[in-house]
Design a protein around this ligand. Structure first.
Ligand SMILES: C[S@@+](CC[C@H](N)C(=O)[O-])C[C@H]1O[C@@H](n2cnc3c(N)ncnc32)[C@H](O)[C@@H]1O
Length: 225
């Protein structure tokens, strides 16, 4: 299913259970992947289709659609946004759209399962996760030892995420990184995503598109560019 980019994501809200870890991604963080990371690791590939299999209300997939011709979303919960409802981890699911890129920020506790499944489904996989995800014996054994990401790309600045909504003014002490795998490409040196992404990649219409009742600071940021 192709995304609908024209309507506000707040149009019809439905509350998911806490266990689903619904933390919408600030739009600028996905644009940073598209501009600062993917061209450097798979610029030679033509990514025609992308899939966020845990798309929530569409905060990430609608941004993917700005650059990728066919961007699709699905989620295990029906947020009332019209995306197909499917459990990405269910081996029997019939939803298999096929994509050049699987890009999402999965629930932290299921992220290894998401990574392994995504690596089976697409040649390029990009996961946005807390930087601490890079460590841990369990994750090393289950994933990183045999399938190290092509690039680990930490944000230099914080990427504030709050439960259930995108708040452009939120602050956070939690650090995030993009973990990107490109089929056939060995691991390379970390790539630091330079500071200033939030400022540079927040767009004037993000507040309308992503349903935030923006206050002055957001528009100050945009006006200052
Ligand atoms: C951190 S949110 C990310 C939402 C969206 N990708 C974004 O960036 O705004 C995690 C999402 O994973 C979804 N989810 C959790 N378990 C899932 C599963 N097994 N299959 C598909 N989606 C799942 C939740 O409903 C939630 O929308």
């Amino acid at each position: 299913m192709t995304v609908r980019g024209s309507s506000s994501v707040m149009a019809s809200r439905r509350e998911p259970p806490d266990s689903l870890d619904f933390f919408p991604t600030p739009p600028w963080a996905t644009r940073a992947l598209l501009v600062e990371v993917l061209p450097q690791v798979c610029g030679h590939l033509h990514l025609l289709t992308a899939w966020d299999p845990a798309c929530g209300e569409g905060h990430m997939v609608e941004v993917l659609a700005e650059q990728i011709t066919f961007a699709k979303g699905s989620d295990v919960f029906d947020y009332g946004r019209g995306y197909p409802v499917a459990d990405f981890l269910d081996a029997d699911t019939r939803l298999r759209p096929g994509a050049d890129l699987i890009c999402t920020n999965p629930p932290f506790n299921a992220a290894v399962k998401f990574a392994l499944k995504a690596l089976d489904e697409a040649p390029v996989v990009a996961l946005l996760l807390r930087t601490v995800w890079v460590e841990g014996e369990g994750r090393y054994e289950a994933l990183f030892r045999d399938r190290a990401p092509t690039v680990f790309a930490p944000f230099v600045e914080r990427v504030p995420m709050v439960k259930g909504r995108w708040d452009p003014d939120a602050r956070s002490a939690t650090s995030y990184a993009w973990f990107v795998w490109v089929d056939g490409e060995p691991a390379r040196a970390p790539l630091w995503i330079p500071p200033g992404q939030r400022r540079m990649r927040t767009r004037p219409d993000d507040a309308r598109r992503f349903g935030v009742a923006a206050d002055a600071p957001l528009f100050d940021l945009v006006a200052a560019e």
